[in-house]
Design a protein around this ligand. Structure first.
Ligand code: HEM
Length: 483
């Protein structure tokens, strides 16, 4: 059977008309529902649905479901929190304090909500990178990628808006710093800042806006896009291994895959509960800590060293690496343009990866995924001040920063070398140009001591020259072998 053939008939039960005179399945409630809604067609569809067994590890196929599980936990615990939370200048902080100290198991619900938010982002990022590496975005699944990409952005919005809701000191200053970045958007900056904050500064109006976004706008948008994402997947089936011309061997979705999914959801629930009970305020690492602390006080001076959640740390660090002015623009403006460019490229991957569109292997894009991961790792480690302990004896601040950069560089180089060796030996990959460029930048910045930007420019230029030369040599060799 061809792949197109195997997809035919998917979701055809949606077109079925009610058959009020038909036998239905069974006589009771099920038969009654079946005559109206053609449930047999749905169970038939589920019985025939299969998940392709490819050359890759099946585990990657469960990550989307795990992300969905954590989102459901978010909705359930979020509704429970809403029963006590009251947004307002004199109520937001107080209601969370009351919830965590007086309401039976209130602390546990808050802890589950916070842990599940972090675990959802971890599984979401893993899911996104796994579908990227498996090239599951190739035609006809471009819109599955785009809907997932929008879900990723919306989920980051959840994290950002939820952070302010306890109205404590840390959240207040972190949101002030975070929203300040928006002011650097060229042309629209001050207008966007006004819209986001509901005024010039972070005030209780900002809390009302974030609250509306967190509990109404974002959930509606996420539920809509999850629906779309899943309809796309059901309609087209899961992506078969690259290059498969006939339908590969498959695992029955129901019951084999669904039961495995369920088992994993139970395991995730156990892990989530254990974490929430034993670490109710998070593991205590920067960006993963939800101790309530003191109430927000807009008049108090901001204290130094405020950092965002761990998944925003790379942007925070990148902003720090830019000088105040560059190319006649403000440094943060150039940085935001670069971040927008990177996000734009990521969203358009299904169209940029032209080899995979012809169903050919595209090693450059696998390497691009790894290069992106190394880039994010290095910046996140720097923002975490990994190696600050070793640097504490250093005299001036610059020497301390150099020490941190050196330690972070060694960790990233170690991880990069491991990835390259595994890809080479286990998966026989031979294309390492972009991950090599990412590691070169790490070396030039962390070990040689060049500025982050100069190291980046040198690495990008060298990689670009290499690609152009390789392309030129490749096409000349092709022409010679044709003549
Ligand atoms: C709330 C967020 C998300 C949820 C709940 C979700 C859920 C799912 C589920 C249940 C599947 C089918 C099983 C699987 O492959 O794991 C899936 C597949 C897929 N997802 Fe997501 N997803 C989310 C975000 C994303 C993101 C951020 C991307 C990429 C930018 C993405 C891209 C894809 C692709 C390309 C597939 C098809 C996989 C294939 O055909 O093999 N998803 N998603």
């Amino acid at each position: 059977m061809t792949l197109a053939g195997s997809r035919m008939g998917a979701l055809s039960f949606l077109n079925k008309k009610p058959d009020m005179n038909g036998p239905g399945k069974g006589g009771g409630l099920l038969g009654w529902l079946d005559r109206r809604y053609q449930l047999t067609a749905l169970t038939e569809f589920l019985r025939h649905k299969e998940v392709p067994l490819g050359s890759h590890w099946m585990g990657w196929y469960y990550l989307g479901g795990i992300t969905l599980f954590f989102f459901i936990v978010q909705v359930v615990t979020g509704v429970l929190l809403l029963m006590y939370y009251q947004p307002g200048e004199t109520t937001a902080y107080e209601s969370i304090r009351f919830l965590t100290t007086k309401v039976p198991f209130g602390w546990l619900i808050r802890s589950i909500h916070s842990w599940s938010a972090h675990l959802m982002i971890i599984s979401l990022v893993l899911h996104m990178f796994s579908t990227m590496m498996l090239k599951a975005y190739r035609p006809p699944r471009e819109l599955t990628w785009v809907s997932g990409y929008l879900l990723f952005l919306l989920t980051l919005g959840f994290g950002f808006s939820g952070y302010l809701l306890p109205w404590n000191k840390l959240a207040y200053f972190a949101t002030t710093v975070g929203t300040n970045i928006v002011a650097s958007v060229p042309l629209l900056g001050s207008w966007l800042l006004q819209v986001l904050r509901g005024g010039q500064d972070v005030t209780i109006n900002t809390l009302y806006r974030f609250f509306a976004g967190h509990v109404v706008i974002l959930p509606l948008a996420v539920v809509g896009f999850i629906g779309l994402h899943i309809v796309f997947i059901q309609r087209q089936g899961m992506a078969p291994p690259l290059g498969a011309k006939v339908a590969p061997r498959g695992m029955k979705f129901f019951p084999s895959f669904a039961l495995r999914d369920l088992l994993l959801w139970l395991a995730c629930l156990m892990v989530l509960l254990a974490l929430a009970v034993f670490l109710p305020y998070g593991p205590g690492i920067p960006g993963m800590d939800w101790e309530l602390g003191q109430k927000a006080d807009p008049l108090a001076p901001a204290y130094p060293g405020i950092k965002p959640e761990w998944y925003f740390l790379w942007e925070y660090q990148l902003l720090k690496e830019f000088p105040p002015h560059l190319f006649g623009l403000e440094g943060p403006q150039v940085c935001l343009l670069l971040i927008a460019l990177m996000f734009g490229i990521w969203g358009l991957i299904p169209w940029l990866d032209r080899r995979v569109r012809r169903d050919q292997p595209s090693p450059a894009f696998s390497d691009f995924g790894w290069a992106a991961l190394l880039f994010l790792t290095y910046l996140t480690l720097l923002a975490w001040d990994i190696g600050a302990g070793a640097a504490s004896g250093a005299g001036d601040e610059l020497t301390a920063l150099r020490n941190i950069a050196r330690v972070c560089a060694w960790w990233t180089l170690g991880a990069g070398a491991l990835v390259i060796v595994v890809r080479y030996l286990r998966y026989e990959h031979r294309w390492f140009l972009l991950s090599g460029a990412a590691l070169l930048q790490v070396t030039l910045h962390g070990l040689v001591g060049l500025t982050y930007l100069l190291a980046g420019v040198i690495s990008v230029v060298l990689a670009a020259v290499w690609i152009v030369v390789a392309h030129f040599v490749g096409s000349r060799t092709d022409r010679r072998s044709e003549t």
